[in-house]
Design a protein around this ligand. Structure first.
Ligand SMILES: [Zn+2]
Length: 334
């Protein structure tokens, strides 16, 4: 009994040891899953998980270049430090944001917290542009302070997109289709929030960016600087933009729409011309192949006809095959 008790106790000890080991493992795994590394370089602190495969030097280079470009454009001298959280999966991204983001979100900026969260798989192809875009939202808040509230969402995105040189082919195609079909969004619709659906959201970003870029090119460089100065000075968004362009906002919008329609009609026409040229070339190739086949058949027919005209002894294996010379005279190869 005593031995049996000791044996039971020994087994219990082993079970307890095993439990402790398992608990230790679970705690270790849980803490490893929650581990976040961070590295501070200059005005940026990068946060990333153990599974994040990232080239920090490259990220810092992009951020540093973006900072320099944005400071010049927004009139900032030495903005305060910014935290950058890099996420390897959509789950990590949602967790870092605290909400479920649409699948196409590449990054989100929290200007008040001076933090940006980057969804690496989505941002990968345009990482430099995405980092600069999110940084721009934070620096724009620095540049305008409380006056940022008068800037509509579309203008905020237009500035971020324009200054980050963020543009890709799919945006161009979606904007082209929306312009030609008359499906652009009213700016009032995107004054405070953007659509959650991918296509509409892409069009909203693209039309906002092209509006600002058109204003800069049509009414001279410096439109953005004058607009920001106007907002800082207490002007409303509409008044500041009107002052910056020198014409009423309705005129700017009308001219921008006319420009977009002309531009995309021309693009579509060139595209159609390309298609037409390709079609004509394809028809010419097919016609050439058919003509060659027909010539070959005619030549074979004339040869068999010539063979039939010769006496049987002339086409016997002992004699060479007759053919036509350039003057059409039959000759014999020797
Ligand atoms: Zn943005």
């Amino acid at each position: 009994m005593g031995l049996r008790h000791a044996d039971t106790w020994g087994r219990r000890r082993r079970s307890l040891d095993l439990c402790a080991l398992l608990c230790l493992l679970v705690v270790s795994v849980a803490s490893a899953a929650e581990d976040v590394y961070q590295e501070t370089r200059g005005p940026f602190t990068i946060h990333y998980g153990p599974r994040t495969r990232v080239d920090l030097d490259r990220i810092i280079d992009f951020l540093t270049a973006g900072r320099e470009q944005l400071c010049g454009a927004l009139g900032l001298e030495d903005p305060r430090p910014v935290d950058v959280t890099l996420c390897e999966t959509a789950g990590e991204f949602d967790e870092a944001l605290g909400f479920d983001a649409p699948w196409f979100y590449a990054g989100v900026a929290f200007a008040d917290e001076r933090e940006m969260v980057i969804n690496l798989p989505v941002a990968a192809l345009e990482l430099k542009q995405v980092l600069t875009h999110e940084l721009c939202h934070i620096y724009l808040s620095d540049a305008l302070g409380d006056r940022l509230a008068v800037v509509p969402r579309w203008m905020n995105e237009a500035i971020a997109k324009s200054l980050s040189d963020e543009w890709n082919e799919s945006e161009d195609i979606l904007l082209r289709d929306a312009v030609l079909a008359g499906h652009l969004l009213d700016f009032e619709q995107i004054e405070r929030s953007f659509p959650a659906e991918h296509r509409a959201s892409t069009i909203a970003y693209a039309q906002s960016a092209t509006f600002l870029e058109f204003a800069e090119s049509r009414y001279g460089p410096g439109v953005l600087g004058r607009y920001l100065a106007g907002v800082r000075g207490g002007r409303s968004h509409g008044a500041a933009l009107t002052d910056a362009c020198g014409v009423p906002l309705t005129v700017v919008q009308e001219e921008w729409l006319t420009y977009l329609r002309k531009h995309y009609r021309k693009v579509l026409l060139l595209y159609r011309i390309d298609e037409l040229i390709f079609f004509v070339m394809a028809v010419l190739v097919v016609a050439a192949v058919i003509a060659t086949v027909r010539r070959r058949r005619r030549w074979e027919a004339s040869q068999s006809h010539a063979d039939r005209e010769l006496p049987p002894s002339m086409v016997s294996p002992e004699h060479p095959r007759p053919c036509q010379d350039r003057q059409g005279k039959r000759r014999i190869h020797s």
